[in-house]
Design a protein around this ligand. Sequence first.
Ligand code: HEC
Ligand code: HEC
Ligand code: HEC
Ligand code: HEC
Ligand code: HEC
Ligand code: HEC
Ligand code: HEC
Ligand code: HEC
Ligand code: HEC
Ligand code: HEC
Ligand code: HEC
Length: 495
Amino acid sequence: MSALRIHPRLWCVLVALSAGVGLAAPASAKPAAVDQCFTCHHDGGTPQAVAYAKDIHYLNGVTCADCHGGDPTKDDQDAAMSPAAGYRGKKIRKSDIPVICGRCHGAAMNAFKREHRLNDVADSLAAGVHGAALRNNESGPQCVSCHGVHNIVAVANPASPVSPGHVAKTCATCHSDAKYMHDFNPRLPVDQYQMYLTSVHGQLNARGDFKPATCVSCHSNHLVYPVKDPRSPVYATRIPETCSRCHSDAKYMAQYHIPTDQFAKYRRSRHGVALLEHSDLNAPACNSCHGNHGAAPPGAMAVAAVCGNCHQANAELYGKSVHKDAFTKQKLAACVVCHGNHGIMEPTDAMVGLEAPSPCAACHKRGGSDPAEKSIVHMRALLDSLSGGQRRADQQIAHAEELGMDVADAKYDLRAVHQALVQGRVAIHSFTVADLADAIHPGIAVLAETEHAGQEAVHDYYFRRQGLAVSTLIVTLVAVLLYLKIREMEKEKKK
Ligand code: HEC
Ligand code: HEC
Ligand code: HEC
Ligand code: HEC
Ligand code: HEC
Ligand code: HEC
Ligand code: HEC
Ligand code: HEC
Ligand code: HEC
Ligand code: HEC
Ligand code: HEC
C-alpha cells in the first residue's frame, strides 16, 4: 500500500464533491498535515484514535472528519466538533454507513471514469441481498460489519477480517448466528461455516493455503445475490462454471496433482447437457454430488447415496445386489465403477457383455469358472431380443401406416414394449437373470402380439387390394357389355 492510487488533484475534486463541510484534502499517501481531531483524540487516548493510527485511511490522509464531519483544522473541541461544521456526533445510523464510505468507494468515483478498484463498492452492496437486508433492518450488513472501523487495513493484509484466512469466519459472525439470521430469513440454513470447515477447501485454508475456495470465491464479495437468483454465481446453471474457474485451470491447480478435466467431461455428459443446454434443473450440478459447503469427493460408500437421491430405483436394486458387498469390500465407488462420475453418458445394451468396452469385462471373463459368465450372456440376450424385436415391430408398423392401414392399436401396444425395456434397464441393477426376465418378458409377449397384428394388417391390405382389383374388373366388364348393348340398340333404331 505504498502510493496513493487516487491522483492528488482528483482527491480535491472528490472531497469538494463530498457532502461534508470543510474537509481537508490530503496531498499524498501519508497522514493529513492538519488533523486536530486525531491529534486531540490520540493525545487524549480515545481508543478509536489509537487504533486509527494504523488504519489505511489515516495513512492515506483521511481525517476523522471525513467520516464524522466537523472541522479538523480547529484545535478547539467545540469549534472542531460543531454541528455548524457538519459534525454528526458519535451516533451514526448504520444505514448511513454505506453512504459515508460510498462517498469515496462509490459512484462519486465513476464520474472520473477511471478504472480503479475503489469504483463501485457501495453500489454493488446496495444492489445485492445484503443491501436489501440493510434497507429493511438497521442491523443488516454494511461496510463496517465486514471491514471493521478505525482499524481498516488493505484487504490483502493478512490482518484484514476479509483476507482469505479470515473471511469465512467474518461471514460466519452473522451466518452461523441462528438468532440473528432468523430476523431476516428463518428458512436460511446457518451451517455454512461448520460445513466449510469439514471441506477440503476449508481444511487447506485453515492450514494457510489460500488457493482453495473461500466464501467469496463462490458468492462474490459486495454484489451477493440470493442463491436462487439466476444472476448468482451459485445458481444451478452457473455453478459448473464457477467451480471450473479454478478446477479447470491446470496451472492454478498444478501443485495439487488432481485431474482438471471435471468440467470438460461434465459439460458433454448426460447430466451436463441436461442442465446447461436444456436448463433441466433436476439434473445435477457439481454441488449436487459434492455438497454446497462440504466440498469433497463423495467417498466410495457415499456415492450410491448421492446418485440415489435422484435415481432411487437403481440405487435400491444395487443396494440389494451381490455387487454391493463385493464393491464395498474392495472400496470401489458403486455406480461410478460402471457409469463414471463426471462424464456419464447414456447407457446402452452394449454395456452388458464380456468384452471391452463393456464395464463388466473388467471383472468378468469368458471361458472361466466365473458363475456370472452365463448370467451375463443370458441378460444380454434378453435385452437384445426385446430391443431387436422392438425395432422390427416399429418398421412393420411404419410400413403398414404408409400403406394407409389403421395401426393405432398396435402402436398403443408397442408402448408397453418400450416400457418393459425401460424397466429392464432399471431392473438390471439387481444383477440377477430372474429380475431382468421379469421386467422383459411382458414386453416380449406384447411384441409377439403386435408383430402378429402388424403382419395381419399388411396381409389384410393385400387381400383387400386383390378384392378391389376383382370388383373393378367386374364393374368394367359390365360397363363394356352395357355400352355394346346400347350401341346395338341404337343401330337397331336407325334401321
Ligand atoms: C481539543 C480536543 C478535541 C478536538 C480537536 C476534537 N475532539 Fe472530539 N472529543 C473530545 C473530547 C474531550 C471528547 C469526549 C467528551 C465529550 O463527550 O464531550 C470528544 C468526543 C468525540 C466523539 C464522541 C462523541 C460522544 O458523544 O461520545 C467523537 C465521534 C468525536 N469527538 C469526533 C471528533 C471529530 C470528528 C473531531 C474533528 C472534527 C474532533 N472530535 C475534534 C476532544 C476533541
Ligand atoms: C472511515 C470512516 C471513519 C473514520 C475516518 C473515523 N470514524 Fe469513527 N466511526 C465511523 C463509523 C462508521 C462509526 C460507527 C460504527 C458503528 O456504528 O458500528 C464510528 C464510530 C465512532 C465512535 C463511536 C464508537 C461507539 O462505540 O459508539 C467514536 C468515538 C469515533 N468513531 C471516533 C472517531 C475518531 C476520534 C476518529 C479519528 C481518529 C474517527 N472516529 C475516524 C467511521 C469513521
Ligand atoms: C459481506 C461482507 C462485506 C461487506 C458488507 C463489504 N465488504 Fe468490502 N470487501 C469484502 C471482501 C471479502 C473483500 C475482499 C475481496 C476479495 O478478496 O476479493 C472486500 C474488498 C473491499 C475493498 C477493496 C477491494 C475492492 O473491491 O475495491 C474495498 C475498498 C471495500 N471492500 C470497501 C467496502 C465498502 C466501502 C463497503 C460498504 C459500502 C464494503 N466494502 C462492504 C467484504 C465486504
Ligand atoms: C474520504 C474518502 C474515504 C472514505 C470516506 C472512506 N474511504 Fe476507504 N479508502 C480511502 C482511501 C484513499 C483508501 C486507500 C486507497 C488505497 O491505497 O488503496 C481507502 C482504502 C480502503 C480499504 C482498503 C482497500 C484495499 O486496497 O485493500 C478499505 C477496505 C476501505 N477503504 C473501506 C472503507 C470503509 C469501510 C469506509 C467507511 C467506514 C471507508 N473506506 C471510507 C478513502 C476513503
Ligand atoms: C465452493 C463454493 C462455495 C463456498 C466456498 C461457499 N459457498 Fe455458500 N453456497 C454454495 C452453493 C453451491 C450454495 C447452494 C446453492 C443452491 O442451493 O442452489 C450455497 C449456498 C449458500 C447460502 C444459502 C443458504 C444455503 O446454505 O443453502 C448461504 C447463506 C451461503 N452459501 C453462505 C456461505 C458462507 C458464509 C460461506 C463461507 C463460510 C460459503 N457460503 C462458502 C457455494 C459455496
Ligand atoms: C452483518 C451480518 C452479515 C454478514 C457479515 C454477512 N452476511 Fe450474508 N446475509 C446476511 C443477511 C441478513 C442476509 C439476508 C438473508 C435474507 O434476507 O434472505 C444475507 C444473505 C446472504 C446470502 C444469500 C442467501 C440467500 O440465498 O438468500 C449469501 C449467499 C450470503 N449472505 C453470503 C455472505 C458471505 C459470503 C459473507 C461474507 C463475505 C456474508 N454473507 C456476510 C447477513 C450477513
Ligand atoms: C478459488 C478456487 C476454487 C474454487 C472456486 C473451487 N475450488 Fe474446489 N478446490 C480448489 C483447490 C485449490 C482445491 C485443493 C485441491 C486438493 O488438494 O484437493 C480444491 C479441492 C476440491 C475438492 C477435493 C478434491 C480432492 O480430491 O481432494 C473438491 C471435491 C472440490 N474442490 C470441489 C469444488 C466444487 C464443487 C466447487 C464449486 C462449487 C469448487 N470446488 C470451487 C479450488 C477451488
Ligand atoms: C454426478 C455426480 C457428480 C457431479 C455432477 C460432479 N462430480 Fe466431481 N466427483 C464425483 C465423484 C463420485 C468423484 C469421486 C471419484 C471417484 O471416487 O472415483 C468426484 C471427484 C471430483 C474431484 C476430485 C478429483 C477427481 O477428478 O477425481 C473434483 C475436484 C471434482 N469431482 C470436482 C467437480 C466439479 C468441479 C464438478 C462440476 C463441473 C463436479 N465435480 C461434478 C461426482 C460428481
Ligand atoms: C440431482 C439429481 C441427480 C443426481 C445426484 C444424479 N443424477 Fe443422474 N440423472 C439425473 C437426471 C435428471 C438425468 C436425466 C438427464 C437427461 O435428460 O438425459 C440423469 C441421467 C443419468 C443417466 C443417463 C440415463 C439415460 O437414460 O440416459 C445416468 C446413467 C445417470 N444419470 C447416472 C447417475 C450416477 C451414476 C450418479 C451419481 C454419480 C447420478 N446420475 C447422479 C439426475 C441426477
Ligand atoms: C455393475 C455395473 C453397474 C453398476 C454398479 C450400476 N449400473 Fe447403472 N446401468 C448399468 C447397465 C448395464 C445399465 C443398462 C444399460 C442398457 O441396457 O441400456 C445401466 C443403466 C442405468 C441407468 C439408465 C436406465 C435408467 O434407469 O433410466 C441409470 C440412470 C443408472 N444405470 C444409474 C445407476 C446408479 C444410480 C447406480 C448406483 C446406485 C448404478 N447405475 C450402478 C450398469 C451398472
Ligand atoms: C469391479 C468388478 C465387477 C464389475 C465391473 C462387475 N462385476 Fe459382477 N461381480 C463382481 C464380483 C466380485 C461378483 C461376485 C460377488 C460374490 O459372489 O460375492 C460379481 C457377481 C456378479 C453376478 C452374480 C454371479 C453369480 O451367479 O454368483 C452377476 C450376474 C454379475 N456379477 C453381473 C455383472 C454385470 C452384468 C456386470 C456389468 C454390467 C458386472 N457384473 C460388472 C464384480 C464385478
